[in-house]
Ligand binder design. Structure first.
Ligand SMILES: [Mg+2]
Length: 261
């Protein structure tokens, strides 16, 4: 990886946020990155060779507002349904009216049953969180969600999909893997690329990367995964980011020297 980065005019570094850069927090607005991560993302933002991309299940604007100023990168939010460029340009891959109605029905019924605290309403999906609840309540939320879902007449192709700490009602015609494929399609083909993620929802992103780059599972404990590598946060994560920084800076210095000759 070092040699490849030092010689590359461009690289693509794709990062999931929750569970990867930032440990989980019951209040998601307080999920801040591991110490040292933000400084490194700021540095990466200043290296012209590096295309920094955050790929998250959160809504893109919510994630942007959590990031320290100085972290400049493209954000793909809501599992590939939102794209927010660093210049503020925004693109949404909207749901059909039927899908939107199914989301609303789930939200309304969950709220009516007193579970509004568990809901995370996003532009194109609804996440139901049970992290932080007692096990009995987690089981209750899980079963209520299931029973509401099976009673939705026309879910419009939405699915209830698990993630670490809950389930999400969302469409599968776009996912993090879709975002990765689109990011990579803008080439160049030989650019060093990496994708770092922790969750089940990152698996299709690992698959989308194939053998082209570094698909990296970031977790305290290893699990079955399509990722080719595994890093334990935070130390190994910080070490990885440092390697990307140092070698990209060498590439940058070489390019600058070359240009001034
Ligand atoms: Mg995650």
């Amino acid at each position: 990886m070092e040699q490849q980065l030092r010689l590359a005019p461009h690289s693509v570094l794709m990062l999931d946020y929750d569970g990867t850069l930032a440990p989980f927090h019951v209040n998601r607005f307080e999920a801040t990155p591991y110490p040292g991560v933000e400084e490194r993302l700021v540095t990466l933002s200043t290296i012209p060779q590096v295309r920094l991309v955050l790929v998250s299940g959160r809504s893109a604007r919510e994630l942007r507002d959590l990031l320290r100023p100085g972290i400049r990168g493209e954000i793909w939010g809501s599992h590939g349904r939102e794209r927010l460029r660093s210049d503020g340009t925004y693109e949404l891959f909207a749901l059909s009216p039927m899908q939107q109605a199914a989301l609303e029905q789930m939200g309304l019924e969950m709220s009516a049953l007193g579970f509004s605290d568990a809901l995370e309403v996003k532009p194109t999906s609804l996440a139901i969180h049970w992290r932080g609840f007692e096990p009995a309540m987690q089981a209750r939320i899980r079963s209520v969600v299931q029973s509401i879902f099976v009673n939705i007449n026309e879910p419009g192709g939405l699915h209830l999909l698990p993630f670490d700490g809950g389930v999400e009602l969302r469409s599968t015609d776009r996912a993090k893997g879709t975002a990765v494929a689109e990011i990579l399609s803008r080439g160049p083909d030989d650019a060093p690329v990496a994708y770092l993620g922790d969750d089940l929802t990152d698996e299709d992103a690992f698959v989308a990367l194939g053998n082209q780059g570094y698909s990296i599972l970031v977790r305290g404990e290893v699990r079955a995964s399509s990722a080719r590598f595994w890093l334990r946060p935070p130390e190994e994560l910080l070490g990885f980011l440092d390697g990307w920084i140092v070698n990209s800076q060498i590439a940058h210095a070489a390019a600058t020297t070359g240009a001034s000759r």
